[in-house]
Ligand binder design. Structure first.
Ligand code: C2E
Ligand code: CA
Ligand code: CA
Length: 698
């Protein structure tokens, strides 16, 4: 007869009768009692013998078979761009059965068909009870209306159906469908908490036309039944045709809302889902998730691997959400791919807390490395969360604000960020900065300054650290602390590092050509430590400038080493195998255990300036500096003290046995020209001490 459920996988529409809400069981129970009474009354008063003795028996059996077949093979009517409505094609045949066979047989046939379908679909008791009851009730209403309009007893067995019966039949059919819709809308409203009228409106809009078409077929079938079986069989042909064409249409609609690469929903689907959840008045939220450094995978390993990775990530994300939903089946979050390496999930209810929890779940699902052929890729992601009503009332605003939050999450390297209005202002500013930085790489706007590292015993230049400088055409100098995190999170860092390495090595080659031997230190970002192609690029840069590997120091932070320890170890080992040394920058500020650092095998520790700067005033800091120097020596590592701002600190460090220092007192970051001049000056005969440590400008 009619629809029992929304066969869609939308978050809002429960699949048949969903789980727990308090009113659900009483509602279904009440319907079941009513239906049982109606069923008893009908079976008791129906004149069964009349049908068995009538020539209508064969057409009735045929109609019954068609009704069962129609129930088991429902029509998929495309509804929104992704959902569909399962309309059982039993409706017309059951309607025809009411006059052709009588109300009793019509009821029993539909009941049998519905039970068979529920059994086949393994629906639960509550769902089955509801489905059966609503059928019994709506067919009873149909019989009552037909009896009233037609004036003949629908319980008396087969009736002759003539042209004048068609309108009453249609009206009875309409009453049947309306009853059914009302009962279904009731259960949806009870289960989802959405207002009944809203559910009904949504429902009627989509299904009314298909219902009218089916009912007319039913009326026709009733009249044809009188002419025998052949006409009825012929009638099945258009029904079958409708079946095929709607199935094709449905497939088209589905394809249009699918991401072809991953099979997930696409952007349209996301918006539909979100709108649907919002329409039902719930606190729907959205999580936008973006893979960190996906571009690198694509660039270094090729697009096929990139595609494979996206598919694997998609599967993980879906599995991650599904596992969670075992508990609450009707609240399923739908995973979509927005394009590129951006994914999104609609969280249909629960506000920001639920959305944030979903974000964490998604990220957890990506914890384990992804295996692609022989490769094992570590996937990291950032997520932004926005949720109605606080962060927006419509899908477009929510997705936009989740994007803003995502952007913040990337900057803060925080994993997940929830939207807040003050993020927007900041983000626009940072976005434009990022765009400018993209342009600055390769133009003269991005320069390199060199800060001396001085031998504390002799006062001579031992090394220089290359520090990037950005002179923004409008903003003026932008400090690296402001744009390096941006670059790190946008993939631009590779270009920045390449530029600094190239410029620094060129300067070093010039100093070396002038007969000066010193090291050049270049900062690496955490993400370089997961880049297995880095050693080859360093080799190429060294070769391009004719600089021996031993003259290059690569500075990495503890935090960088810890982000992906196994991979970092591999990259560090490869760099050291080239002959370059590796230095642990900002030593003491991260959380690396000493044991870990020993296992890693590096060449140098740079004591962070926060300890060095306060070592004369803070006893703890003094102890930290002293024991770090000791540790470095015990492990055979070079140690560099950073942030030396006065002569007293130089003296104290010298006493502790620290050989190399860096800081404003020993020289500010400056141009390669000035470093060159200083190197020349160091060669000239001079009075010992201070002369060589005159701070240079910078
Ligand atoms: P860092 O690697 O710890 O670099 C040392 C920073 O300390 C530099 O700041 C330097 O100017 C500053 N400094 C040097 N001596 C003193 C001192 O005596 N007192 C104080 N208070 N500060 C001192 P800068 O150039 O602003 O760089 C900041 C950070 O930006 C760097 O910290 C580094 O993490 C990052 N960075 C700079 N250049 C690059 C680069 O080319 N690549 C990467 N990945 N990061 C860079
Ligand atoms: Ca550094
Ligand atoms: Ca440092």
């Amino acid at each position: 007869m009619d629809l029992t459920e929304h066969h869609d996988d939308r978050p809002g529409a429960p699949a048949g009768v969903p789980g727990p809400p308090a009113l659900l069981v009483p509602y279904v129970l009440a319907l079941t009692v009513l239906a049982a009474v109606a069923l008893c009354a009908v079976t008791a008063t129906n004149r069964w013998g009349a049908l068995l003795a009538s020539p209508a028996l064969v057409p009735a059996v045929l109609l019954g078979a068609a009704a069962v077949a129609g129930e088991l093979r429902p029509l998929a009517i495309p509804r929104a761009s992704h959902a569909h409505e399962a309309v059982a094609v039993s409706t017309p045949f059951v309607l025809a059965l009411v006059p052709v066979a009588g109300l009793g047989p019509a009821l029993l046939v539909q009941l049998a068909a519905s039970l068979a379908d529920d059994l086949r679909q393994r629906r639960g008791l509550l769902k089955t009870a509801f489905n059966s009851s609503q059928y019994v009730l709506s067919i009873s209403v149909c019989g009552a209306v037909l009896g009233a309009l037609d004036g003949r007893g629908v319980l008396d067995g087969p009736l002759d159906v003539g042209p004048r019966d068609l309108l009453p039949l249609l009206a009875a059919g309409l009453a049947m469908v309306l009853t059914n819709r009302l009962l279904v809308a009731g259960v949806v409203a009870v289960a989802s908490g959405a207002p009944l009228l809203l559910v009904l409106r949504d429902d009627v809009r989509w299904s009314f036309t298909s219902q009218v078409v089916l009912l007319s077929l039913g009326a026709l079938a009733a009249e044809l039944a009188g002419t025998g079986v052949v006409a009825l069989v012929l009638l099945c042909l258009p029904v079958a045709a409708i079946h095929v064409t709607t199935a094709v249409a449905y497939q088209h609609v589905r394809d249009a809302s699918k991401d072809p690469l991953t099979g997930l929903g696409n952007r349209e689907r996301l918006f539909d889902e979100l709108e649907a959840a919002l329409r039902s008045g719930r606190d729907a939220g959205v999580v936008v998730l973006d893979l960190d450094h996906f571009k690198d995978v694509n660039d270094s390993l090729g697009h096929p691997v990139g595609d494979e990775l996206l598919r694997a990530v998609a599967a993980r994300l879906v599995a991650g959400q599904d596992r969670e939903q075992d508990r609450e089946q009707d609240r399923d979050a739908v995973v979509c791919r927005l394009g590129g390496d951006e994914f999104a999930v609609v969280v249909p209810d629960g506000g920001p807390a639920a959305a944030e929890a979903a974000a964490h779940r998604l990220q957890e699902a990506l914890q384990e490395p992804v295996r692609i052929g022989a490769l094992e890729l570590l996937v990291r992601s950032s997520a932004g969360v926005a949720s109605a009503p606080d962060h927006g009332a419509d899908a477009a605003t929510l997705v936009k604000n989740a994007d803003v939050a995502l952007y913040r999450a990337k900057l803060e390297r925080d994993g997940t960020a929830v939207y807040s209005p003050d993020l927007s202002v900041n983000s626009v500013e940072r976005l434009s900065l990022l765009a400018d930085l993209r342009g600055a790489i390769g133009t003269g706007d991005l320069a390199v300054a060199y800060q001396p590292q001085v031998d504390l015993a002799t006062g001579r230049l031992d090394a220089v650290e290359a520090l990037v400088r950005w002179n923004h055409p409008v903003l003026g100098p932008v400090p690296p602390d402001r744009f390096i995190p941006l670059a790190e999170n946008s993939g631009l860092i590779a270009g920045v590092t390449a530029h600094v390495l190239d410029t620094g090595l060129a300067a070093l080659a010039r100093w070396r050509a002038d007969g000066h031997d010193l090291r050049l230190a270049v900062n690496l970002s955490a993400r370089h430590l997961s880049d297995l192609a880095l050693p080859a690029r360093v080799t190429a840069a060294l070769a391009a400038h004719g600089v021996p590997a031993g003259s290059l120091v690569l500075e990495v932070t503890e935090t960088g080493l810890l982000a992906d320890p196994a991979r970092a170890q591999e990259v560090v080992a490869a760099l050291r195998a080239l002959g370059t040394s590796v230095s642990v920058d900002d030593y003491g500020t991260g959380h690396a255990s000493l044991g870990y650092l020993r296992g890693l095998e590096v060449d140098e520790l740079k004591i962070d300036r926060s300890f060095v700067g306060a070592m004369l005033t803070d006893a703890t800091d003094h102890v930290i500096v002293r024991s770090t120097v000791q540790l470095a020596h015990d492990l055979g590592l070079r140690v560099v003290a950073e942030g030396i701002e006065d002569a007293a600190t130089v003296e104290a460090l010298r006493t502790l046995g620290c050989r190399v220092g860096q800081g404003y007192h020993l020289g500010r970051p400056t141009t390669s020209q000035e470093i060159g001049d200083r190197l020349v000056a160091e060669r000239l005969p001079r009075v010992p001490t201070q002369a060589s440590t005159t701070p240079a400008g910078g």
